[in-house]
Write a protein that binds this ligand. Structure first.
Ligand SMILES: Cc1cc2nc3c(=O)[nH]c(=O)nc-3n(C[C@H](O)[C@H](O)[C@H](O)COP(=O)(O)OP(=O)(O)OC[C@H]3O[C@@H](n4cnc5c(N)ncnc54)[C@H](O)[C@@H]3O)c2cc1C
Length: 340
C-alpha cells in the first residue's frame, strides 16, 4: 500500500500507510496491529518513555515486574516481525498535504509521507521543586500506588502535600502501610481533609521541608527546614502531568479540561478532531498506564486500518466506475476513435 518503497540512505522509505509518533506501549501496540494487517508502518521514537526511570513495570497482566526497557525490546521485535520499522528520531511537525494525507517532519532532517498518523508521545512529569526529588524519581520517589505501592508496603511512606492531590495519595498509600505521613511543607490543611487523613491513620507534619535524606544510594528520610529528620523509605509526590502534544496543538486539535489539566480530545477509537490523526496513551490522558496505553493503541490501529480500507475501496470503486464509463463510450476498449 505504500506509495513509494524507495529507500532513503537512512534506511527509511519515503512514504508509509501510517506513521506512529512515539514508540512507547501505545504507539507500539498500534504499529503491531497495523503490521499484522500488512499496512506499512514507521514508528518514529525519541526514546524517552515515561517509566524509563523505574526498574520494573508493574500491573501489566503476564508482564508484571518486567523491566520497561525489556518490554519495549520485545514489542519492537514483534513489530519488526510484521515488517514495521522503528526510527530513533523526533517528529517536529505533522503537515497536512492538502489531500487528507500528511508529511511528517523529522528533527534529524527530511520528511516522510503518511496516509494516517497516530500520535503516542506520552507526557512529561513536572516534579515539585524539592532537593532530592528529581534524583530519586522512579526509585523511592513515587506517584502511583498501583505502579509501586506493593513494593513499598509496610514501609515508612512520606507524602508531599501540594493541595488535594497529596491527601488523595496519602489515603491510597494508607492501604499499603500504617506508617504514612503527610508533609504539609508549611501549608494549612483544611479541616475536612484533616479529618479524612486522621480516619485513615495518616499523620500530618506541619513544618517547611528542606529536602530528602539519601544515604548509601537509598532514601532514608525527609528533613525539615528546622533540621528535624523523619525516617522514610519512600516519598510520594504529585507531578504536574503535561501532555507532549506539540504536533497535535499545531494542527489545532480540540482539547478538553481534565482534573489533571488540558489534554487533546479524542473519540473512543482515539481519533482527534483532525481527520486522519489519532492520539493514544498518556498524550491523551494522565490516568493511562502501560496496559491502557497499549489497549488504546491497539484500538486506534484497527480504526486507522478501517479508515485506510475505506479510502482504498473508494479509489477502487472510482477506478471501476471510470473504466466502465470509458468502456461504454469506447475509451479504454481499444476500439475508440482516437487511439493514441
Ligand atoms: C516512574 C514511573 C513509573 C511507572 N511505572 C508504571 C508501572 O509500573 N506500570 C504501569 O502500568 N505504568 C507505569 N507508569 C506509567 C507509564 O509509564 C505510562 O502510563 C506509559 O508509559 C504510557 O505509555 P505511552 O505509550 O502513552 O507513552 P510513553 O511510554 O511515555 O512513550 C512515549 C514515547 O514517545 C516519544 N516521543 C515523545 N514525543 C515525540 C516526538 N515528537 N517524536 C517522536 N517520539 C516522541 C517519547 O520519547 C517516548 O518514547 C509509570 C510512570 C512513571 C513516571
Amino acid at each position: 500500500m505504500t506509495r513509494s518503497s524507495e529507500r532513503r540512505t537512512d534506511g527509511v522509505a519515503d512514504a508509509y500507510d501510517v506513521v506512529v509518533v512515539g514508540g512507547g506501549a501505545g504507539g507500539m501496540a498500534a504499529a503491531l496491529v497495523l503490521g499484522r494487517v500488512r499496512r506499512s508502518v514507521l514508528v518514529v521514537d525519541a526514546g524517552e518513555p515515561r517509566n524509563a526511570p523505574a526498574a520494573h513495570m508493574q500491573g501489566y497482566p503476564s508482564r508484571d515486574g518486567m523491566p520497561p526497557g525489556e518490554f519495549l525490546a520485545v514489542v519492537r521485535a514483534e513489530v519488526a516481525g510484521y515488517g514495521g520499522e522503528v526510527l530513533r528520531d523526533t517528529v517536529t511537525e505533522v503537515v497536512p498535504d492538502g489531500t487528507g494525507e500528511f508529511d511528517v517532519v523529522l528533527a534529524g532532517g527530511g520528511r516522510v509521507h503518511a496516509r494516517r498518523v497516530v500520535v503516542a508521545t506520552g507526557l512529561v512529569d513536572e516534579l515539585p521543586e524539592l532537593p532530592g526529588v528529581a534524583e530519586r524519581w522512579g526509585r523511592e520517589v513515587l506517584h502511583c500506588p498501583y505502579c509501586h505501592g506493593w513494593e513499598v508496603r509496610d514501609g515508612r511512606i512520606g507524602v508531599l502535600y501540594r493541595a488535594e492531590a497529596g491527601v488523595h495519595q496519602a489515603l491510597l498509600f494508607s492501604q499499603l502501610s500504617s506508617e504514612v505521613t503527610l508533609f504539609l511543607d508549611g501549608a494549612e490543611l483544611p479541616g475536612e481533609e484533616r479529618e479524612l487523613i486522621a480516619a485513615a491513620g495518616v499523620r500530618a507534619v506541619a513544618g517547611k521541608l528542606a529536602g530528602l535524606v539519601v544515604e548509601d544510594d537509598r532514601l532514608t528520610g525527609v528533613r525539615l527546614a528546622d533540621g528535624e529528620v523523619h525516617e522514610a523509605s519512600a516519598f510520594v509526590v504529585a507531578p504536574r502531568m503535561v501532555p507532549r502534544d506539540g504536533v497535535l496543538t499545531a494542527l489545532g486539535v480540540r482539547t478538553q479540561e481534565t482534573p489533571a489539566g488540558t489534554f487533546p480530545q479524542v473519540d473512543p477509537t482515539g481519533l482527534t478532531s483532525f481527520p486522519g490523526v489519532w492520539a493514544v496513551g498518556n498524550a491523551t490522558g494522565a490516568a493511562e498506564q502501560v496496559v491502557n496505553a497499549a489497549g488504546a493503541g491497539y484500538r486506534a490501529g484497527t480504526a486507522v486500518n478501517m479508515s485506510l480500507l475505506e479510502a482504498d475501496l473508494a479509489v477502487s470503486r472510482q477506478r471501476a466506475e471510470f473504466a466502465s464509463a470509458g468502456a461504454g463510450s469506447g475509451y479504454g476498449s481499444g476500439s475508440g476513435s482516437g487511439g493514441a
